[in-house]
Design a protein around this ligand. Sequence first.
Ligand SMILES: [Zn+2]
Length: 70
Amino acid sequence: MSVELKPCPFCGGISFSYRFKKDNRMVFGVRHEICTIECLGCTASVRQAGSTREKAEENAADIWNRRAET
Ligand SMILES: [Zn+2]
């Protein structure tokens, strides 16, 4: 895990599952990775794409942490 996640804003959980899959669409000739981060406590989740697994994970973690702040 490259980016640390903030606790879930809905249930306060700190356990998450990471899932990766290949996007069906091609973007500039590259098939992007999609990362889904899901809270194991309440199944809240975020989904983001990226050019690599690492990028997708980073983007998803970023979205998650921004959501956790609000
Ligand atoms: Zn939760």
